[in-house]
Design a protein around this ligand. Sequence first.
Ligand SMILES: *Cc1c(COP(=O)(O)O)cnc(C)c1O
Length: 415
Amino acid sequence: MILKAIPALPMEPNVTSALLPTYARIDLAFEKGEGAWLEASGGKRFLDFGGGIAVASLGYNHPALVKALVEQGQKIWHTSNLFRIPEGEKLAQRLVDNSFADFVFFTNSGAEAMECAIKMARKYQYACGKPERFHIITFEGAFHGRTLSTIAAGGNKKYLEGFGPAVQGFDQVPINDLDAVKAAIGPQTAAILIEPIQGEGGIRVFEPAFLRALRELCDEHGLLLMFDEVQTGVGRTGRLFAYELSGVAPDIMSIAKGIGGGFPLGACLATAEAAKGMVYGTHGTTFGGNPLAMAVGNAVLDVVLSDGFLDHVARTGLLLKQRLAELRDRHPRVIAEVRGEGLMQGLRISEKVLNTDFAAALRDQGVLLIPAGDNVVRMLPPLIIGEAEVAEAVKRIEAACVATEKALDAPAKVQ
Ligand SMILES: *Cc1c(COP(=O)(O)O)cnc(C)c1O
């Protein structure tokens, strides 16, 4: 009864458990997966174009990932960061060799990778003799995680409400508004933080020119440029990192979701200059970078960095985008806009239809997509999909469009 007395979240009434009810969980549980397909208890199969929120980057039950996990599981799981972890040194070196960065700190999640990034930016300015510079400029619609500092960075009032005074030092400005960024830069500014493509915010892609302008502002004012690539990183956009699409490199970057292929793993990457304050004793983690995570991370990179893999992602992404644009042309009453890069695509749903209702209609057709801000449903499918999965997904999305159009045409229900 007490549950009913709390009006807060739209939890499905048939889903009750001892789990803290912070999610409105869909009444579906999956027992196994293969490639881009999930099988629910009861046997119904779903084409997963949500990828567990961009995490199942190589799909389900990928033989190389299973092998890496099982083999490492039979050797050693955990040793702590008091000792060398050779697989971690190897993964860090590979990330460095394939990015702008010189150093890597491993974490268990995206928010922790962001925590490291935020601490590093502040410590950099401190090490430069400017301890007053601890403010970070962020953007409306951003999402950086759910810890106290990352909800302050994200600035979403719903996520901040009731959790006491917000962590200081985040100045939020509208997106694509360079004058607002310039106006926000002051004697306390340490860095600018942006997702090259906003994920939770609704697959909002920033123009290369905008990111270049941020880079120039940072250089001009002695600020660090920080990219949150927790969702966009590790092949998602058809490049290893989304920043490559713009030709603008950050000083600090967080990654997570895709790098573990389903194993909890994140990382904060940085140039030696940006990392210069992070000396012995300034940061730490018990679990981050443990041998199990490192084995899986290396196995993910083996595949993502293999010859032609990223080209395959880029080509499949383009095909998906073209097919979705055709769907929009055929179903303008449902789909208002298609946007994204590579295998990170969003459908902005027309204002007559709620994105969550459309996601439910998609589930009825056996395809999983994920609601995001701005009335968008997003696609973050496993990067291993090909033409067959694209065709199958588009067929099912079209069926959901038709069902939605029928519902729109049906006379309004009498209460
Ligand atoms: C998911 C996400 C995070 C937070 O990652 P967690 O692993 O949930 O802590 C941070 N930034 C972006 C862009 C994300 O998409």
